[in-house]
Design a protein around this ligand. Sequence first.
Ligand code: ZN
Length: 676
Amino acid sequence: MKNQWNKEESVRYIKKYKALGYHEDMALRVYTSRLIGRENSLVLHGGGNTSVKTKLKDIDDSYHDVICVKGSGWDLSNIEPEGLPAVKLKPLLKLRKKKYLSDDNMVSYQKRNLLNSKSPNPSVETFLHAFLPHKYVDHTHSNAILTLTNRANGKALCNDIFNDNVKVMPYIMPGFSLALEVNEYLKNYPEINALILMNHGIFTFSNSAQESYRLMIKYVSIAENYLKKQKSSFAVIKERKISSAFTPEMILPVIRGAVSTKNPYILSFKTNKNIIDFMNHSRAKYYMNQGTITPDHVIRIKPFPLFIDREKITKTKNIRKLIIREIASYRKRYENYFNEFNAKSKIKKHMLDSCPNIIYLQDIGMVSVGQTKKDSMIAMDIAEQNIMVIKDIESTSHFKTITKNELFDMEYWSLEQAKLKKQKRELEGKIVVITGALGKIGFETYKIFKNQGAEVVLLDVCGSSVKDFRKQYSDLCIKCDVSEKKSVEKAFSTIINEYGGLDILISNAGNAPQGMIADISDKELKKSFDDNFFSHQYCASITTNILIQQNTKGCLLFNISKQSVNPGKSFGPYGLPKAALMNLCKQYAIDYGSFGIRSNGVNADRIMSGILNKKMISKRSKARGISTREYMEGNLLNKEVYAVDVAKAFYHLAISEKTTGAILTVDGGNIAASFR
Ligand code: ZN
């Protein structure tokens, strides 16, 4: 592993943070923390932690010795000083004499001694960092170190490879008791500069930031070089590989439905040579059930995955039944695991959702499950990291990690679960697809659903708008012409592969041609039916079929128009397909109500948008002999209606679980267009 320390860059950090009022100690702590955080084989997604001991001034001008240690919710790769909350050091060191401290007391004591009460919670490993006398402490879950420790003779091997400055400690669950144990080691071996914790990771320490970081890279490199020299043979059974008849698209919505019976989940899917090889190892099933490579991975990927082997997949005639059965039997197995270890536990726990977080489909790929897309991607990355480390171990030795009991303690440790707890928003775990998403109404709708925690996919026909959106936002935005069935199929296939399914369709795209009905050409009228009727049918039909596969209920929402009930002069080419669309909306409500699929529409009028633009507004108001303002406010409430008002109507219909076959008007009040 390359040492990335760069003198000029370190000086830049010192200058930058000095200007912001921070001492050099903190500037260098931020610098080397980021160097560590950027190396995926050292830490992943908030794993690992670092600290610096320094002096800081309180508001009352008094100085305190403090330890600034990584705070919960921060990632080393982009940490800032605020992500390293300062805890007064003296009170922490006082507890070295204490034999036991409960988790609750530990957390509240740490919080009570924060210099700024608004800081994030300091790491669960704060005491360990504090008890080490060195100014800088770096801690990672390095792949190479774990590859050495997680094997039958791991401890002896580490003692062999590393010099006397490195001590190897047996596995002890993180928290106060581990900190006490480290304190004892330091008393006996004051000269050491690194500690390897079996099945967990490595700590390096020094009074200089550069040196502590250098030691980390040095020891990890020693481990890497040792591993490189080993002859590797990963016993993959190649000849039995059969390509599957089932595509991820056929399988993912079924999985999503089966895992989402209690909470809605988002999936990620991945396949590559590493994953396929891993599943085709002769001992695959064995080591998949051994546990995670480092304890805190268990909160993301559970202690064991669901593995569905090729015999089952190729022999089945009904993949749906197979998946549902396999997930049900996983749930049973997880419940048994929970009951077994909960019975042994002093404090009784509340079982988490028993669904698998990682599913291996032999010869097809790996599926991960999370409350949000980000969570499912984190689980995927962690599972892949586990594969890489286990593969490396298995090529020369046998994978061995902590016991199931220890994994259970970690999985149900309140301090680990606290890392995952976020306030849940109304639509978290739901996948929403909006067509015509980059128009005014579509975009306001995107913002509202996104704010409510949904994963939103945007479809739009305009290539340059799609490009512009992608530059600014990370949400999935697909160029799609909804009037072309093939284009719709392609977009929905991407959505399934990306998220595993969907829950809400907001079929919003449209186009408003005008003309006297006797004069309009057949071609133009047909085009309007393609744009304003068939486009909705293509999206609704494909969505409904996915919802049925998922068996999770769901909602179709159509942007209809007041033209559907109150046609305007010379607006036939637009109003006619919209009238058909209103019936389409009702037809879905009738045909699929028994599946729990709801179908509702919004009749909006006079919204300034791409369809009703400024030019059109001035033309129509002139024709009526009124000002544009009078035209826009010409309703019972005398108030202009905005795109955001339509977006709100979509949202309310989406969450009104007992409403289907309904049309909501958003027009400021217009009796002629109202339902009687
Ligand atoms: Zn750790």
